[in-house]
Design a protein around this ligand. Sequence first.
Ligand code: SAH
Ligand code: SF4
Length: 373
Amino acid sequence: MNSTIFQKTNILGKTLPEMEELLINLGQKSYRAKQILKWIHQRGISNFDEMTDLSKDLRSVMKDHFIIEAPIISYEELSEDGTKKWILDVGNQDSIEMVLIPEGKRATLCVSSQVGCAINCSFCATGKQGFSRNLKASEIIGQVWLAANSYGAPRTANDKNITNVVMMGMGEPLHNFDPVVSAMNIMLDENAYGLSKRKVTLSTSGLVPEINKLAKVSDVSLTISLHAPNDELRNILVPVNKKYPIQLLLDAVKNYVEGCDDKRITTIEYILIDKVNDTLELAKELADLLSQIKCKINLIPFNEFNESDYLQPSGNRIRKFKDYLVKRGYVTTIRSTRGDDIMAACGQLVGQVNDKTRRKERIQRAKIEAQSI
Ligand code: SAH
Ligand code: SF4
């Protein structure tokens, strides 16, 4: 075999059906796929020799054809409040971030789907960084694998250390559809992480065709990053709104929820930016708008960062906005800014943003990308 042209397949991001097919193509029994997924995702094994319930022959075939490779941890930091942030090297000077938020018996992992983001929301540090590339399925599930491994092994579908995954790290997950769906399928698979579909959440800025497409293949929890109750303001905050205005988006949400087999409530994320979208008039407009869907509202006080002039509203303004929505009958929460001291809070996930030359390049690329959205 010529090693210069033969590239081993990274099976870390392979779903059960994909793994079965790979085995069949090598003349092996497909039912071994479940065992292999358990070794990888429940025991955290990346060395084929340690897969002791597989025959020596199969292990040797696997070693010849496959590798199990996650992104490389280049930096990790623990916040005072227990939040942990990792910076991961995904090659070619690209970095991504993931954040683990332990809360009692729960541990929520915030996962990235892209290096940077092309949507370029006006309040988002990731957006300001520009877009570099989509992550592969192995790089997305690799984040869960690394975080779960940090607790040790084995873990099973009944004994989990990571209980929730939110696709709220860097990137727009629906811009990277197939790898994100594959990775989420592995999160849900009982041979891997066995998470319930309610505990895997995809957050989107509102790519309508992809929400409709997702409705056909998945029923994970959906979160919509709305941030404004009318198109005029949302066009400024979330530029993709010019292409998919609010009513089109809410219709897609209704369609998505109808496709779920249980009564699902969508979460509406609303970032609160001082004197931009936090007035009581807008709270009223928001309450009127959302009366057409079953939802709860999560208010996110804007996390300030250097490259942005926006400010976080005072506690008083935030409370008034919330109280109004509660009075109108909405379950409304205010997201705590966990991990603020290590820049692990929402919208502060920026990977390589400090590298000025690369940032310029990315902003340029983002502008080109944004025009093609
Ligand atoms: N691209 C997807 C998922 C990643 S963003 C999306 O936009 O939904 C995850 C969340 O962080 C979104 O709700 C986003 O609006 C929020 N966010 C982005 N920048 C922020 C900032 N500076 N302060 C607070 N929240 C922010
Ligand atoms: Fe992208 Fe989401 Fe940030 Fe908007 S908020 S730029 S969609 S990561």
